[in-house]
Design a protein around this ligand. Structure first.
Ligand SMILES: Cc1ncc(COP(=O)(O)O)c(C=O)c1O
Length: 460
């Protein structure tokens, strides 16, 4: 069957692809078959399109293939698990050894205050679960009005009705979501929001605004603040130094729970298994994670929380009315355990502290190019923002589609990068060699120069 599909030529696959709806895509634009790419094979740091073109996977699938593609250790573990216990749920009074082992492992890796784990099957669901659990917790402690969530402009927390509400409104233009539940704070994006303020001044401003917003909404109405350690799909935005520590202090002062969305940042991307404490020095009340948890080999997410929350929701008379059929799926749990073993055995997070820095520094060196207004991020989570005028940071109009042009030039030169408006995002596998890292920088440089030439020619 697999062979039958592979034997189809690219054109036939793209014809049949009319039935498949791509996510977060301009479907009208995709009616043009040449706008789509068929990926048919993967290995290590690379993928191949259906015509056999080899491409460095500069976006790690979707920020998730941390240990690289087609690792036999993970594939065998999934296979072995399916041959032992293909499926059983973690509903009612049931449990199974693989999910138990994974929960224990995650607790050992997470900040010490996080001792309980609920599994889901996507980052969106992990975030929905965090909010549902907190809402129930507040109902049980007699604070049923504490329901609102503080999020930030630029955030991405997923695309369910609730997770999308916590995501930046730009992502739900023309779509509905549970908007009334969420209040968005200013994006901590120095380039666009700081107006010449120093980093410390900008941080003070953000914290003053956060306090003001809490006062305005009323802390008695606010359940939680949710934040990615570094914003990803909002354009790789790194908040000013000390932001998360100050934010969690405010949360503590106002009795608001802090949810750290580590769907992208965990499992080595920033050089640690979890970034909240090891990179940003905070112990959140909840951590949500997915993606690198299985390196994408199986869909799985986890919502980790404290004993303090657990004791309330597991008290007498309580009922945990939440869960998905595939919560803690045996094959997904086995994939996660094998993935974590690879990360640990090969010391991938530790290696990222060096290789990821090389990647970051190589990309920062692109700042000398005319088109490049900002290079930002950390380790293997980077963004390049293109500007029309470096002096004023004026952006190109949407019609110029600068990011898309740059991504196309990259792909023609053997690199997949993700365009997001005027930004190019790189979130590769974490196992790139130094040569590959240097190669990516070279391709980016050539592609950005070619993009600039296109824009000049077309009068943008
Ligand atoms: C920070 C963050 N949270 C949540 C999600 C949603 O995860 P999923 O697509 O698995 O639902 C994503 C996805 O990109 C993400 O980047």
């Amino acid at each position: 069957m697999t062979q039958d599909r592979i034997n189809l030529d690219t054109d036939t696959i793209l014809e049949k692809d009319a039935h498949l709806i791509q996510s977060f895509a301009d479907l009208n634009f995709l009616k043009d078959k040449s706008a789509r790419t068929v990926i048919s094979k993967a290995d290590g740091t690379r993928v191949w399109d259906h015509d056999g073109n080899e491409l460095i996977d500069g976006i790690g699938g979707l920020w998730c293939v941390n240990i690289g593609h087609r690792r036999q250790e993970v594939i065998s573990a999934i296979n072995e698990q399916l041959n032992t216990l293909d499926y059983y749920s973690t509903f009612y009074n049931f449990t199974h050894p693989t999910a138990v082992q994974l929960a224990e492992k995650l607790v050992s890796l997470a900040p010490a205050n996080l001792t309980r784990v609920h599994f889901g099957n996507s980052g969106s669901v992990a975030n929905d679960s965090a909010v549902r659990i907190l809402h129930h917790y507040y109902n049980r402690i007699g604070k049923p009005q504490k329901k609102k969530i503080l999020s930030r402009q630029g955030a991405y927390h997923g695309s369910t009705y609730l997770a999308m509400a916590m995501t930046t409104p730009a992502y739900s233009d023309g779509w509905d979501c549970a908007r009334d539940l969420v209040t968005h704070l200013r994006c901590p994006h120095a380039l666009r929001e700081a107006n010449g303020a120093t980093e410390a001044e900008f941080l003070d401003l953000l914290m003053t605004e956060m306090r003001d917003k809490i006062e305005e909404v009323g802390s008695e109405n606010i359940a939680a603040f949710i934040a990615e350690p570094i914003m990803g799909a909002g354009g790789i935005i790194v908040a000013p130094e000390g932001y998360h520590k100050r934010a969690i202090e405010l949360c503590r002062a106002y009795d608001i729970k802090y949810i750290s969305d580590e769907v992208v940042t965990a499992f080595g991307r920033l050089g640690h298994m979890f970034a909240s404490e090891d990179v940003f020095g905070i112990q959140p009340d909840m951590i949500t994670t997915a993606k690198g948890l299985t390196s994408g080999y199986q869909p799985l997410s986890a919502t980790l929380f404290t004993d303090e929350i657990y004791d309330v929701i597991a008290g007498e008379g309580a009922m945990f009315l939440h869960g998905m059929t595939y919560s803690g799926h045996p094959a997904a749990s086995a994939a996660a355990l094998a993935n974590i073993k690879v990360l640990e055995t090969e010391q991938i997070p530790q290696r990222v502290r060096t290789s990821g820095k090389r990647f970051e520094n190589n990309l920062r060196a692109l700042s000398d190019l005319d088109l490049v207004g900002d290079v930002r991020g950390s380790h293997f989570m980077m963004g390049i923002e293109f500007v029309k005028d470096k002096a004023t940071n004026e952006s190109y109009p949407d019609a110029a589609k600068v990011g898309l042009r740059a991504a196309r030039h990259c792909q023609a030169r053997g690199l997949i990068a993700r365009a997001l408006g005027n930004i190019l995002i790189l979130s590769p596998t974490l196992v790139l060699t130094d040569e590959e890292i240097d190669d990516i920088a070279r391709i980016l440089r050539e592609s950005i120069i070619a993009t600039r030439a296109d824009l000049n020619m077309e009068g943008f």
